[in-house]
Design a binder for this molecule. Structure first.
Ligand SMILES: [Ca+2]
Length: 199
């Protein structure tokens, strides 16, 4: 090992050993629901509050680990689990990744039964500068998702989308929405900062 290699090792290694943020590259706390419901906020739309909407952490065929999340309702309802606001910077690029599956009898309703909403805000005013929706195929829509009658998959399905933080935003909130009658399962929802795609 020469001096250059040692120096390179020190430069690369120091942040890992001395940074208090051991999970600095992981933005979503408890992404795989191994700590139960910790750090996830449950929300039910006003018109759906009589539909027995439920957020549970269950051990029923998780994608990884011992647990996954279940969003369940007795009738068509719109509800979600969301993260705390996450600090970001305009122009940064992030990749959202997660896994979803539906119970066999679940019937989706427009817009497709499942969507991840990305809400951007400015910390001081909390104004939402922009909203994006990510569909189950990784498709990104501004505003609401276009309607889809596709059946939600019953096998674990990977959802992934890459997006840029819009101008003026310094906070991002991720909300995983169900618009269903029945149950969907979620696991390993994570956000990673990535390099900008080369032009
Ligand atoms: Ca898990």
């Amino acid at each position: 090992m020469n001096a250059k290699t040692i120096l390179l090792g020190l430069v690369c290694g120091l942040p890992c050993y001395f940074s208090p943020e051991l999970r600095a590259d992981t933005f979503i706390e408890n992404p795989g629901f191994e700590d139960g419901k910790a750090n996830w906020i449950f929300w039910v739309a006003e018109e759906s509050r009589d539909k027995a909407c439920d957020f549970s952490v269950v051990s029923e065929n998780p994608h990884s680990g011992k647990n996954c999340a279940r969003l369940e309702s007795t009738d068509y309802a719109r509800f979600c689990i969301g993260t705390q606001p996450l600090p970001v910077k305009e122009g940064e690029t992030y990749r959202l990744s997660g896994w979803v599956r539906a119970r066999g009898e679940v019937m989706p309703k427009s817009p497709g039964g499942f969507a991840v909403r990305l809400s951007f805000a400015h910390e001081k005013t909390d104004l939402i500068k922009e909203r994006l929706h990510v569909g189950i195929a990784g498709n990104i829509s501004r505003g609401n998702l276009s309607a889809s009658s596709a059946q939600l998959p019953t096998e674990w399905t990977h959802v992934e989308a890459t997006f840029e933080i819009p101008q003026g935003a310094d906070m991002l909130k991720i909300s995983i929405f169900a618009y269903i009658k029945g149950a969907i399962f979620l696991d390993d929802f994570d956000l990673q900062k990535v390099d900008k795609p080369s032009m």
